[in-house]
Design a protein. Structure first.
Length: 292
């Protein structure tokens, strides 16, 4: 076999067994470090079970997502782990269900749709950030990053607003600025905040990347020490920032492990029923929030 250069043909094997050991993974932005850490956990658990992943990126485009899922199905993947694109339609979910391919949504859910899901409790995450900043005496707040179509952004903002209401503050005075969830988006949003004139006491960001960009804008303006900042996700570089970034930790690697476990269960028992795992985030306190 070595002399002939024989290579095992998984495609032919899948025709015999009607089963592959490949799982399709659809992410929205493969350059996002959050998804990179999530994939580490997901692939580790899949590998332990003898599976491998085929990763594709939809760029948060539902049309592109449909095309990618169709292509993955052509490879006869055993299951799908999907971070659904914003504005994914009900027809997308109905198509997955009709195909009877085991699937799980990861970190992002679709409103009004019941599907296997693994992700963080974003309302709690927003509330944890706001409560901590209220403890510092902050009275004015801004939420920066993400777009209105992102359900995670909406949930986090609702968590912040509930904490403000409980503290007797008017949530209507809460500044919201949309941007991409990247450092570049945070930089642009930070400049918009500065253009408003008076900075808020505190800024809560949709992602750590956004927080990095916001800080860059503040530093350019010589205002980095004038506001307290909290990021979201607690990616590994958050602790290396200056000042070290306080962040709502969602533990992406753990979410990846949990998503793989749920998907493997769906593959083993397709009729096992709907299962969802929502994890409570925690606030990792460093210095950007004003703590020493």
């Amino acid at each position: 076999m070595r002399e002939l250069g024989y290579v095992y043909n998984r495609g032919a094997a899948s025709l015999r067994t009607r089963r592959t050991t490949t799982v399709g993974v659809v992410v929205t932005d493969i350059a996002n470090p959050f998804f990179g850490e999530l994939l580490v956990g997901l692939e580790e658990t899949l590998a332990e079970a003898g599976f491998r992943s085929l990763v594709v990126a939809s760029s948060d485009d539902p049309v592109r997502q449909d095309e990618l899922v169709a292509e993955l199905r052509e490879y006869q993947v055993a299951g799908l782990a999907v971070m659904p694109a914003s504005r994914s339609s009900r027809a997308f979910v109905e198509g997955l269900e009709a195909s009877r391919i085991p699937h799980v949504f990861v970190t992002k859910y679709l409103e009004g749709v019941s599907a296997p899901y693994v992700g963080p409790d974003d309302r709690l995450g927003g509330r944890l950030a706001a409560e901590h900043l209220l403890g510092h005496g902050c009275q004015t707040f801004a939420f920066v990053g993400g777009y209105s179509r992102h359900l995670s952004r909406r949930d986090r903002i609702e968590g912040v607003q509930s904490a403000l209401m409980d503290a007797g503050l008017d949530p209507g005075q809460f500044v919201q600025i949309e941007s991409s969830t990247t450092g570049e988006g945070g930089l642009r949003a930070g400049k918009q905040l500065l253009e408003r004139g008076q900075l808020p006491d505190a800024i809560i960001c949709q992602s750590d990347g956004v927080a990095f960009g916001v800080y860059r804008a503040l530093r350019i303006a010589g205002r980095a020490s004038d506001v307290r900042v909290i990021g979201y996700d607690d990616v590994r570089t958050a602790a290396l920032w200056e000042p070290p970034l306080t962040s709502v930790a969602t533990r992406p690697e753990m979410l990846g492990h949990a998503a793989a476990e749920l998907l493997l269960g769906e593959i083993a028992e397709p009729s096992a029923g709907l299962s969802q795992r929502v994890f409570a985030p925690e606030l990792v306190i460093r210095e950007s929030c004003g703590c020493s």
